[in-house]
Design a protein around this ligand. Structure first.
Ligand SMILES: Nc1nc2c(ncn2[C@@H]2O[C@H](COP(=O)(O)OP(=O)(O)OP(=O)(O)O)[C@@H](O)[C@H]2O)c(=O)[nH]1
Ligand SMILES: [Mg+2]
Length: 243
């Protein structure tokens, strides 16, 4: 798998600021800032096919669970110890390339790659922004519902966010991806309040991808987005009758 692309926005944003940041970050990429997720290109195959899928992904969860940190880690490979409360939503962008070898056994191997261009909306989790956040559910291909593994209250809120997404997204619930993300997995085991098993029960019940990750260390972040991208591609194929 290979990923690349830039991001824009983040933090407390007006629309204008987003655009300015978008340009700024693109410039940074052009200046050659290392993409932490870049991998070597796939080997050439007999033939290749590629497609680009655009997908809106929304990050939901209580204030302070680390939604902005996850987005910043995934899109820019950075982490900050500061909690800059997100007001409304901040936009970022990242592209994941998935490579699937089809007919790998045969001599006519086809290198099929799918690019998923993720338009990521990092929303503010504070109660006072909840009416604004509902604007971001619309047309989302995926929702990442986040909690802090050391904070029981944030895990209890997961049910609120699941219901919000199911009730307000205009896609059929079988047609969008939901992920449950336990962030701050780097914290000392003694601080961990939510067991993997507990989270797994909830994830199974709601047909969600489950990931424990750390925006701080980067552990599990890329893998979670990759799983989401794979499921988005799968749903798209099913929608097109290809699966
Ligand atoms: N130890 C640890 N701290 C983290 C991690 N992710 C985020 N934090 C810290 O948690 C605090 C809140 O992170 P944010 O990303 O701003 O939280 P948020 O969910 O975006 O919060 P709102 O914008 O208010 O909804 C910050 O001080 C981060 O540094 C993590 O993986 N591990
Ligand atoms: Mg935030």
């Amino acid at each position: 798998m290979e990923s690349g692309g830039g991001c824009c926005g983040g933090g407390k944003k007006s629309k204008q600021t987003n655009n300015q940041n978008q340009m700024g970050l693109r410039t940074q990429n052009n200046l050659g800032i290392t993409d932490p997720f870049a991998r070597s290109r796939p080997q050439k195959s007999n033939s290749s096919q590629s497609s680009v899928i655009e997908a809106k992904v929304v990050l939901l969860g209580d204030s302070g669970v680390g939604k902005s940190s996850i987005a910043q880690r995934f899109c820019r490979g950075i982490f900050s110890d500061t909690h800059d409360v997100t007001i409304g939503g901040a936009y970022l962008q990242q592209t994941i390339t998935l490579n699937n070898n089809t007919n790998a056994q045969s001599q006519q191997a086809v290198q099929e790659s799918s690019q998923v261009k993720m338009h990521i909306w990092d929303t503010g989790g504070s109660e006072k922004f909840r009416s604004m956040v509902s604007l971001y559910y619309k047309d989302a291909a995926a929702a990442i519902i986040c909690y802090d593994v050391s904070d029981e209250k944030s895990f209890n809120s997961v049910f609120y966010w699941i219901n919000e997404m199911l009730n307000n997204n205009n896609n059929d619930s079988d047609n969008f991806v939901m992920a449950l993300c336990g962030n701050k997995a780097d914290l000392d085991a003694a601080l961990k309040k939510i067991s993997f098993q507990n989270a797994s029960d909830v994830a199974k019940k709601h047909n969600m991808i489950l990931a424990e990750c750390s925006a701080k260390t980067g552990e599990g972040v890329q893998q979670m987005f990759k799983k989401i991208a794979e499921k988005i591609v799968l749903l798209k194929k099913m929608e097109n009758g290809q699966q």
